[in-house]
Design a protein around this ligand. Structure first.
Ligand SMILES: Cc1cc2nc3c(=O)[nH]c(=O)nc-3n(C[C@H](O)[C@H](O)[C@H](O)COP(=O)(O)O)c2cc1C
Length: 212
């Protein structure tokens, strides 16, 4: 099969964390979410465990309750000093914070919340082989889901701040004890589809060949 590299590379390089450009007024049909999840579960998992589970929330009252849980963790976190900086684009950190703040204040208005989960949880102090196996069996699928959304004119952002109050969200959503949430993705159609590649430091400065 020949891939159209221009389209493929554009998809890979312009799938951004979308927050302010999510269309809050346009509903998302459940079939679109299902179609993207069907693509997502083509992703790899450790020992082919396929231990992913997906919670999709489109009920407005539950979205509001989740947004309140998210804000409880996010607002104090976002008020603390910025840690990350990007020398190639010094304004990037502040723009991300501003966008993240907007999301925290408006999360309940985003039409769909998707919570990717895994069955099982790495034990405290688990060695990298175990924790990489657990988290590495869900995040490739999450990214495929986000790419599939983008290809269909929808956007999302991978967020983790609601996990500061993970148990409260678990109780709200009736999660069994053996299922761990790993993220919360607000999902909606985007206003416009003209996203750009982000400025990143050159790969040559962060890549080591044949030893560090
Ligand atoms: C593990 C992880 C956790 C993240 N958590 C949050 C979050 O809680 N809230 C949020 O608004 N964005 C969150 N993000 C999104 C990042 O801020 C975003 O990916 C980054 O700023 C780069 O933006 P870009 O994808 O548009 O280039 C998270 C991203 C990752 C990979």
């Amino acid at each position: 099969m020949q891939f159209d590299l221009a389209t493929t590379d554009a998809l890979l390089s312009t799938t951004r964390a979308v927050r302010k450009r999510l269309d809050l007024d346009r509903g998302v049909p459940r079939e679109v979410i299902t179609e993207c999840l069907e693509l997502a579960v083509q992703a790899p998992t450790a020992s082919n465990s396929q231990s992913w589970r997906w919670l999709v929330i489109d009920d407005p009252a539950k979205r509001l309750a989740l947004a309140e849980i998210y804000r409880k963790g996010a607002l104090p976190y976002l008020a603390s000093p910025l840690k990350a900086s990007n020398e190639a684009d010094p304004g990037q950190g502040e723009r991300v914070r501003d966008s993240a703040q907007w999301l925290a204040e408006n999360l309940e208005k985003v039409p769909v919340h998707v919570i990717p989960c895994v069955e099982g949880r790495p034990p405290t102090g688990a060695p990298p082989m175990i924790s990489a196996g657990v988290f590495g069996s869900i995040f490739p699928a999450v990214w495929s889901f986000q790419l599939a959304l983008r290809a269909r004119g929808l956007g999302s952002a991978l967020t983790t701040l609601h996990l500061l109050h993970e148990q409260e969200a678990a109780e709200l959503l009736g999660l069994p004890d053996n299922v761990m949430q790993v993220a919360l993705l607000p999902v909606g159609y985007t206003r416009g589809t003209d996203f750009k590649p982000a400025v990143r430091p050159p790969v040559s400065g962060i890549t080591h060949w044949n030893g560090w």
